[in-house]
Each structure stands twice: as C-alpha cells, then as structure tokens.
Design a protein around this ligand. Sequence first.
Ligand code: PLP
Length: 434
Amino acid sequence: MKHDVLSGSQVAERARLAIPGGVNSGQRSVPGLTDLVIVHAEGARFRDADGREFVDYHAAFGPPLLGHNDPDVGAAVAEAGRTVDLCGVGVTRGEVELAETLVELVPSVEKVLLTSTGSEATFHALRVARAATGRRLVVKFQGCYHGWHDAVSLNVISAPDRVGGRDPISTGILPEVLEATLVLPFNDAAAVRAAFAEHGHDIAAVIVEPVPHNVGCLLPEQEFLATLREECTRAGSVLVFDEVITGFRHDLGGWQKLSGITPDLTTMGKAIANGYPVGALGGRADLMELFSSRPGGPAFFAGTYNGHPAVVAAALATLRKLRTEPVHEHVFRLGERIRTGLADVFAGLGLPALVTGFGSVFVAYFMTGPARTYDDLLRNDAAMFIGYRRRLLEHGVFELPLNLKRSHVSYAHTDADVDRLLEAAEAAARAQLA
Ligand code: PLP
C-alpha cells in the first residue's frame, strides 16, 4: 500500500520495520509520540499524517530561525539547483562568498571551512587542537552537547547518580578516548583553574557551549568565560566556542560578540542555513591553516558534501535575510513576551517554575532557585516538565516533551501564536496540577 493513504500509526509501524527505532536520529522518537509522521511544515507550523496541526516551538532543535520552508531560502536553493550541483573539485563562487561572510560576521573567524553537520565541525576542532598542540586532553562541561562523536560523549544528560562520573551517551567507545576527556561543572571558574593547575601542560582544547542550551539554558557568568580565555592563553590550549546553537540565533556574531570573549576556534551550524545541512569550523588563521591541503597541511579535513551548492545558497539567503530584515528584533520580542507571560501564568497558579532563556530561546523548568550549573537542573521536576508539554500537544502547541529541552521562536511566529501558547500553557499546567 502507498504511504500517502496510510494513517500515522501505520506508517510509523512500517518505519520501525525498516529503520532501527523508526527514526533517523536519537531523540526524534519521543515516548507518547512514537507514531508521529510529519507530512507538511511551513512557517511556524507543521502537520502530521493524521491531520493534526501544531504551532512548532521545537523547531527541529533550532535551525529554522526564519520559520519552516522560508520562501526566500527555498527560491535560492531552487536557483542553485538550476545552476550547479556538487562537482567535488575546486570551489564555487558561493562557497567563497559564504566564507567571506562568516569571516566578516564572527569575531574569532579569520578562516573557515564548511562541513555538513555541527558534529563534524566539533570533531575537526578537537583534531586540529591536538594537531597544533601535540597534547592529549580535552576539557568539556557537564550538560554540554557537541555532537555524536566519541571524545565529547560524556556528561551530556546524565542521571543524578552519574553527574561528574564517566557517563558515555553510547557504548562502543574506547575507554582511552573517554579518559582523555575531562568533564568540569559549567560556570565554575575555580574548577577550571584547578584543572589547568594539574593538567594544563596536557590540555589540547577546552570546548564549551557558551550558553549550554542542550539542557535548556544555563546563562554563562562573564567571569567563567573570561577564566576559560585566560587559562587557555596561559597554558597554550585551544579555546573552542561551540556556537552551533548560539551562532546567528543570538547574534550574527555569536555569543563571542555579545560577551566580548574571543575563542581560538568556533564551531557553527543550525541557524546558518535555516534547516539545510550545514556546519562550519572557523578561527585563527594559523590553526585553520593546519588543514590546508595546498601545499599539504598536517591535519586532514574532508567531506564529499562540504560546501554543497544548494546548502551554500540556503546559507547565503538566510544570512542575507538575517542582516536585512528585523529578524532578531522580532524573535527577541516574542521570546521576551513568552518568558514573561509563562512566568506570570505559573506564578498565578502557585506553581514553582523558573522560566529562562535568551532571545528566541525559552525554557520553563519546574523548580525553584537559580540555574547556574547542570547540578542545579537536577532539581527540575522532570515528570512535571514532560507532563506539561504532553498536555500542550492537546492544545496544538509543540514543545518537545523530553526533559530539559529548550524551545525556540522563529521569524514566522506571530503575537497571536504567543497568545495561543500562553493560553495553552495555563490550561496544560492547570490540568497537570489537578
Ligand atoms: N554542538 C551543539 C551545541 C549542538 O547543539 C549540536 C546539535 O544539536 C551539535 C554540536 C551537533 O550538530 P549536528 O547535529 O548538526 O551534528
């Protein structure tokens, strides 16, 4: 039978037969939503095979800052398709224009390479840091996600009894790879100084989400980021800001522009191309030149699809729109309305909640007190967090019903969408409390 006459549950059943777990990426299969088959996405909404429509605040974990299927991005991709596709030799004009744009926009970026995903960018950042320093260790922070590869697979979302312990997100990783990664608490400058005092001579890189959005939102203390910069400079280690989420979404120059703290390398992705598969690694020219294949740099970098003309066209169209239309103004205003509105809703119900975020990103934790570190987030009432979001679905509002996940507004969301979210929030929280 053809898929388009099947119900969502029938397609999902067939998916599970042909695709392990029925989905193509970890965390796309969500308890209670295992039969979700998406058939249409446009603007701030998507629709499933059973005709349910949702206002989408999940936003595919972050890329479509302009909204789904943005017409200008779509037109640029279609035009690219009529002009050139992948040739795998030389360079296209679009790649050069995109590289020059990233160099212009992002303070740390003197030279830049394109990848197809953020994971490839963080992988290569660590590789080149080791190549440059000849050192072994990498430092990451609790709650930060940098992609699927082995070196960064520790303490991403850890159970309370394993926070700080060795906690790979996957089996099948060599223990010696995990042992070469030190995990420190976020926002803890003293822990950073102590780690450098003990291991500084062997630390190749420090990699950090300047705002750890993979656990919702931990806002960085300026002293913490400044300490990373100081210690890396003193020890000759490479500081990597993973701006795959924060880049372009929070500012065209990323968090480094907002904080005034410049890393040595920056990884980017997601919002660059509004949903087309892109990543980028940029930074200090001397480090990036280690990848140079002419006349033969010591670090190897490759990827069949890097700089794909359709993706590059999507990125150029996205960045053009971000620079010429009031996108940030719009999403920041709606984000602020949502954060204030949600805080009022929960306070009105006497429900302990911490509503936080930045710009277009928001998250409501069900806990009291500040959220500075991953440890703090262990106080979040996960059952309430997930239960509340499942009830939002009944009102046609989609926030991913998984613990600690952030939500996003896009340029396509309207004030009416925000009104609807706030009404749904009140009804969902009330029902959850009943
Ligand atoms: N870095 C951060 C901060 C991310 O949030 C992600 C993905 O969510 C990645 C890296 C990996 O990017 P990708 O999924 O494109 O490989």
